[in-house]
Design a protein around this ligand. Sequence first.
Ligand SMILES: C[S@@+](CC[C@H](N)C(=O)[O-])C[C@H]1O[C@@H](n2cnc3c(N)ncnc32)[C@H](O)[C@@H]1O
Length: 259
Amino acid sequence: MVTKYVLNHKKEFEIFLKIEKVLKKTSSPAMNKFAKEETSIWIKTAKKYARKDGKVIEMGCGSGRVIGKLTAAGFCTYGFDINKLFVDYCKKNGLNAFQMDATKTVPNRHKAKYKMACMAINLLFNFSEQIRKKWISSAYDLLSDNGILIMSVYSDNKFSRTTIKERVKYYKDVIMAPTGYCVDFFDNKKRRGVHLCDKNKKECWSSDWASKNELLKEVNSWKGFKLISIKPMKCGIAWMLLLTKNDYIIKGKRQNIGH
Ligand SMILES: C[S@@+](CC[C@H](N)C(=O)[O-])C[C@H]1O[C@@H](n2cnc3c(N)ncnc32)[C@H](O)[C@@H]1O
């Protein structure tokens, strides 16, 4: 079971800024379409659920791509990241950002403070299912009652196929595979994605959901949340998921959701 990972913060920061520069200069139709649609959904959802006075938080905000848009749209927006280089970069650009590890316990000062939590596309699929559960548990703690968790996740598509080799490189350089594991990829009809194998070449984790059903099965296992909707995005490379924090109150006592 892969429950921990190590990030090369410096390398990650360098790679992301480079990618952003390249994307600004060249026009990647799929990515441009995706980014426009994604932004409009974040804003529409924040209008509906967080209005202008509710706080919005992005988990793993990186360079501030998403929080920048939400801040510009007038929402009280925060972002956190484990990588201090990104936090400082966001702050330098006038954004509210702080350093926090999404896989650790959420500090009390941030508990139940946010109306909406966002997780953007390049996030969850980077981690094993056990680690994804930790992120979801943190989202639960950050959100106020009936808060909204919104996330974009890649669907099985051409885009995912064309980025596989770079993603393997990303695992080797940035999210460093634990000792004793090796990184490889699947790219066949049955399965696609980056995967980690143990010494016996046994697959222990694959990054992408093989199908919508597989994704749904996992989403339904996330305690404390109820799925409101899962919609394919028009750009054709991702799904948008909307969940609501669903408190379990048993005889007036809040049940331990036990992630
Ligand atoms: C692929 S980037 C995505 C950035 C941004 N969400 C976007 O879509 O532009 C993933 C981000 O998650 C951050 N991250 C990774 N593990 C984390 C953790 N345990 N807690 C908080 N942030 C983390 C990384 O430092 C990185 O900035």
